[in-house]
Design a protein around this ligand. Structure first.
Ligand code: AMP
Ligand code: ZN
Length: 111
């Protein structure tokens, strides 16, 4: 738990939130500023600053399993996953999270 980290507070229940899905070590909730009709954040309960600091391979698996389970639960078959790593590419919250977006068209590689 890192003090003043918003995702630590959400993931550990200090800020009451509704989880789309949760497992022992991962929670999934809606992004507050959605960039698509469905925009989920898949977040480890433990504080990890970014993908660079993620060493726990079991947790890596659990994060991707949470993507599968949350999308299955919402009956979403097509979705985009994004992990921003570092200020230079727009990471704003320095607690690792996977964006899962669905329900609109995406251009590739831009946008
Ligand atoms: P990133 O730019 O990859 O660090 O993404 C941070 C994301 O967290 C943004 O999409 C924000 O809209 C989202 N966000 C920030 N604060 C909250 C919050 N309290 N609840 C849900 N999503 C949040
Ligand atoms: Zn945190």
């Amino acid at each position: 738990m890192s003090e003043n980290c918003i995702f630590c507070k959400i993931a550990n229940g200090q800020i009451p939130s509704e989880f789309v899905y949760e497992s022992d070590n991962v929670v999934v909730f809606n992004d507050i500023n959605p960039q698509a009709p469905t925009h989920l954040l898949v977040v480890p309960r433990v504080h990890v600053e970014s993908l660079k600091e993620l060493k726990d391979t079991a947790l890596m698996s659990e994060l991707l399993i949470a993507v599968q389970e949350a999308t299955k639960k919402l009956d979403i078959s097509d979705y985009r996953t994004v992990i921003n790593t570092g200020k230079g590419v727009g990471q704003e919250v320095f607690h690792l999270h996977i964006h899962v977006m669905a329900g609109r068209e995406f251009s590739w590689p831009a946008g």
